[in-house]
Ligand binder design. Structure first.
Ligand SMILES: Cc1cc2nc3c(=O)[nH]c(=O)nc-3n(C[C@H](O)[C@H](O)[C@H](O)COP(=O)(O)OP(=O)(O)OC[C@H]3O[C@@H](n4cnc5c(N)ncnc54)[C@H](O)[C@@H]3O)c2cc1C
Ligand code: SF4
Length: 338
């Protein structure tokens, strides 16, 4: 790890001022991703700006019936917060499916959004990687790509976005509140993360001098019929091969509204609003969910080692919707296989 200087930000404006003054500086919140990347020589900031003591740790109701979550709320506190557990249990469930208790205690809401891909080649500085070093090539396309993306890939990068929480936030239509040198702005969650295109080094549409201050959830939380279903190589402490956030709202026995977001399959949480729209007015049957999964995956493309994900995603979508329809979400703390 190279030498770096360390400074604490006193407030949000000071944090923005400090980051704008040094193009190689980085914010540090929980440090659970950034410090790993610095140890591996993937990230090389010359200055760390510690934002962990900024007053961004509250979870509060908004005037329109939603909830605002401060960017520094630890993942554990968020998962067990009464407002989130009761009104947005899909968010609790997704957070508890990720990492370990110790990591969730340290990890922050904002940092979770900005954690970087777990592509092994990205972490291995001895190999070419367009995300780490633009123009150097992608080792995963013809390499070991078992964990990699099947949707929205490009010839430059086939990495997946690793967060669980972000899949639930995408399904719920969350918003990201940010602050920068030219003031504050709001980014719809589905526009926050990017597809790789020919600029895989850019994971998000956050500008380099901006800080995430909060996440806002709309009033509608789908708290009755939801599931976050994560399929991984072992039952805990592993990133998703495929994950699905599925939520339904019923009018009698007809689907009134549906939400579907996938993790582990693309460079960003994957949402297809046309597929969601096609579910409205239907009854909740296996056939209807299979058809929706097939349409969502119509352009999926597998590589040498990850083609299995296409069928896995199809089956995970159907099972997640079936669980959501029954109102029996997957428990993230009871690890029994059923
Ligand atoms: C072994 C291991 C297993 C894991 N498993 C999972 C898993 O299964 N699922 C999952 O979802 N996650 C998993 N994680 C990732 C973990 O959730 C993230 O590391 C964590 O959420 C990052 O939050 P942080 O506060 O520690 O971020 P940091 O490491 O402090 O920061 C990450 C990045 O975000 C930037 N940043 C942080 N906060 C802000 C802000 N407010 N505004 C602007 N920039 C900011 C930093 O500059 C840095 O670039 C795992 C991590 C580890 C180490
Ligand atoms: S998939 Fe993306 S992150 Fe992985 S090696 Fe290729 S360019 Fe790098």
């Amino acid at each position: 790890m190279m030498n770096f200087t360390y400074a604490r930000a006193t407030d949000v404006a000071d944090a923005v001022r400090q980051i704008a003054a040094d193009s190689s500086a980085k914010f540090i919140a929980g440090g659970t991703n950034l410090i790993d990347l610095m140890k591996e020589d993937v990230e090389r900031p010359t200055r760390l700006i510690d934002i962990s003591r900024l007053p961004l740790r509250t979870v509060e109701e908004t005037q329109d019936g939603g909830v605002r979550i401060g960017a520094l709320v630890p993942n554990s506190d968020l998962a067990w917060h009464p407002l989130i557990e009761q009104r947005y249990p899909i968010v609790s469930s997704a957070i508890l499916a990720g990492a370990s208790q110790q990591l969730r205690n340290m990890a922050s809401t904002g940092g979770n959004l900005l954690q970087r891909t777990r592509c092994y080649y990205f972490y291995d500085t001895a190999t070419p990687c367009n995300k780490r070093e633009p123009g150097s090539g992608c080792s995963a396309i013809d390499g070991f790509n078992r964990m990699h993306a099947i949707l929205g890939t490009s010839d430059s990068c086939i990495a997946t976005h690793p967060s669980d929480m972000c899949v639930a936030l995408a399904a719920l239509d969350a918003k990201v509140l940010v602050s920068g040198p030219s003031g504050e702005r709001v980014i719809p969650f589905t526009d926050f993360h990017r597809l790789p295109g020919d600029e895989p080094q850019r994971d998000t549409n956050l500008e380099p001098n901006e800080i995430i201050t909060a996440i806002e959830l709309p009033a509608k939380g789908f708290s009755t019929n939801y599931t976050y279903l994560k399929i991984r190589d072992r039952l805990s402490y592993a990133f998703a091969l495929v994950s699905v956030a599925a939520a339904l709202e019923f009018d009698g026995n007809r689907i009134k509204d549906a939400r579907l977001a996938l993790g582990g399959v693309a460079h960003k949480p994957w949402r297809d609003t046309a597929v969601e729209a096609s579910l409205r007015g239907q009854t909740a049957t296996q056939e209807v969910f299979m058809r929706a999964a097939d349409v969502l995956l119509r352009n999926a493309r597998g590589f040498d080692h990850n083609a299995f994900k296409i069928n896995l995603a199809r089956r995970t979508i159907v099972r997640a919707f079936a669980q959501a329809a029954l109102g029996t979400p997957q428990s993230q703390t009871d690890k029994t296989i059923r």
